[in-house]
Design a protein around this ligand. Structure first.
Ligand code: HEM
Length: 118
């Protein structure tokens, strides 16, 4: 399940870049299609991450709330929110600088918890 989780978020990040550059180059139709596929990958990330979380939760019980896994999940959710925020800003024709910074910071936090803390 961990491999499916890593594969899902890795592909999602690639799709984010593809979607961003398609939109930037005026390829609206392709960008919209890519965005739909990207959202499918959010579901895969949530399903695989949720499953892993369930395994930890059943082992740790209420202790899960004070564990690093809990923070890992929050960081993962933040990454998804920041990806959507970035694409929403771009769609509105607004500056995406802050959104990119948020995306990179959230990703680093998730990777930190996923690979270094856990
Ligand atoms: C794009 C967003 C996400 C990224 C970049 C990410 C990244 C990671 C990484 C790097 C790991 C460790 C993989 C390993 O040990 O080989 C991991 C594990 C995990 N993730 Fe995520 N994740 C994301 C989203 C989520 C979400 C949304 C959830 C919850 C719904 C979640 C829950 C988990 C859990 C429970 C683990 C297992 C912790 C462990 O044993 O290391 N993740 N994730």
């Amino acid at each position: 399940m961990i491999h499916a989780h890593v594969t899902s978020w890795f592909i999602a990040i690639i799709l984010l870049f593809v979607c961003f550059s398609l939109h930037k180059n005026g390829k609206e139709k392709q960008a919209k299609m890519t965005k739909m596929i990207l959202r499918l990958f959010y579901i895969l990330i949530l399903a695989t991450g949720g499953h892993l979380f369930g395994l930890y939760a059943s082992a740790l019980g209420s202790g899960i709330l004070s564990s690093a896994v809990f923070w890992k999940v929050l960081a993962g959710l933040w990454v998804i929110v920041s990806m959507e925020f970035l694409l929403a800003k771009q769609a509105k024709g607004k500056s995406t600088e802050i959104a990119w910074i948020q995306f990179v910071v959230s990703l680093l936090v998730a990777l930190f918890f996923g690979y270094i803390v856990l």
